[in-house]
Ligand binder design. Structure first.
Ligand code: PLP
Length: 388
């Protein structure tokens, strides 16, 4: 059996983290890592999360099974943050192991529905999208999203591709904080996509993994709400792993919007069945903690304050990079933790050797991998590499 398996290439980002850790230079800079870091270089446990964990330890009386839907109250509270308090009653959701679980079960639901459906996926996108969606067996069609030369969304090309979508085709969209580019659709562009989705009967599948880390919780949900409202049917893969800083707790939701209550019930039943075949039930801890935070006004306010601080740090570092040189100015207008630098893989390797700067070969870097002290040094090294 196992002798018939082929060796797999190592995950390049995980290999990069190990390389950065092994580098003895005190001046090294790790901007390859995919998590939030504070100005001391730590990925802290949020105060509100710590307090909620202490409460959970006191009030939890059983570790018995929770069911395939997960923590329904948690899903309801997150649904209100994503879609607003009085959202469409045909939106239903279930808890998933992180945003990855939500993307995977969403793709499986689409595959199960059958019917020659294709998923349109922007390029570039988060490298895990294709494996997660492809494993479900739904054919993917690429659309052009970002032009590296101009650092702008190639919106005309995107719309042109989407006009080739058939009724019932699915369009994968990043709700905010686009990974890897940081280039988010503006309000007019979201409106144009919402109009197209409505006119052509397309199904948006929004990946909302960073709500609150771009412009704040409400503004970061605006595009998602617009397209979900415009569409008759939609899916949203949501993650709490970044905005609660609970990455390893694997906490997220898949929401779907159906055309009617009866259809929502059937779709939900199918999701429960799919969950049974993959993880049976999602892990409880992260969802229970997030629920406690959201149900307690003081903890909720503190979470919000910490999220606002994280968001402000991201924006501050972006502004400093943008001010360093006109060639980096575009970074100031982008959102979330990631942006792409106009570097070749060789230039990226050169930066590693000469300056101990670690980033993905694509030139994607995590802006909060930088501390207040390392921003100027990083900008100077990147500009030097661009000139060389
Ligand atoms: N979607 C995007 C765009 C991401 O960047 C990530 C994680 O990096 C995810 C989804 C998955 O998030 P999670 O860690 O909650 O599975």
């Amino acid at each position: 059996l196992f002798d018939r398996l082929e060796a797999q290439p190592a995950d390049s980002l995980i290999a990069l983290i190990a390389l950065a850790e092994a580098d003895p230079r005190p001046t090294k800079i790790d901007v390859g890592v995919g998590v939030y870091r504070d100005s001391d270089g730590n990925t802290p446990i949020l105060r509100a999360v710590k307090k909620a964990e202490r409460i959970l330890e006191q009030v939890q009386t059983t570790k018995s099974y929770i069911g395939s839907q997960g923590d329904a109250r948690f899903t309801q509270l997150i649904g209100e943050i994503v879609f607003g308090p009085n959202h469409d009653p045909n939106i239903v959701g279930l808890q998933t192991p992180g945003g990855c679980g939500a993307l995977r079960i969403g793709a499986d639901l689409i595959a199960r529905a059958g019917g020659d459906i294709r998923i349109f996926v922007g390029q570039p996108t988060w490298p895990n999208h294709a494996p997660l969606i492809g494993t479900a067996g739904v054919p993917m069609v690429d659309y052009r999203y970002y032009d590296r030369a101009t650092h702008r969304i190639d919106f005309d090309a995107m719309m042109e591709s989407l006009k080739g979508a058939r009724r019932g085709d699915v369009v994968l969209l990043h709700g905010c904080c686009h990974n890897p580019t940081g280039a988010d659709l503006d309000a007019d562009q979201w409106r144009a996509i919402a109009d197209l989705v409505a006119a052509r009967g397309l199904i948006p599948f929004v990946d909302l993994a960073y709500q609150g880390l771009g412009n704040g919780l409400e503004p970061d949900a605006a595009g998602t709400r617009l397209v979900v409202q415009a569409a008759e049917q939609a899916l949203v893969a949501q993650s709490c792993d970044k905005n609660f800083g609970i990455y390893r707790e694997r906490t997220g939701n898949l929401f779907i919007k159906a055309s009617s209550p009866a259809q929502a019930e059937v779709a939900f039943g199918n999701l429960i069945g799919l969950a049974r075949t993959m993880w049976s039930m999602p892990p409880d801890h992260g969802a229970a903690v997030a629920r406690i935070v959201l149900e307690d006004p003081d903890l909720r306010a503190d979470w919000h304050a910490e999220l606002t601080d994280m968001c402000a740090r991201i924006r501050r570092i972006r502004a400093r990079l943008a001010a360093a040189d006109p060639r980096l100015a575009y970074i100031g207008g982008e959102h979330g933790m990631f942006s792409m630098l106009p570097l070749t893989p060789d230039q990226v390797i050169g930066l590693r050797a000469s300056h101990g700067i670690y980033m993905a070969p694509s030139g994607r870097f995590n802006v909060v991998g930088l501390s207040d002290d390392s921003v100027d040094r990083f900008a100077a090294a990147v500009l030097e590499a661009m000139d060389g």
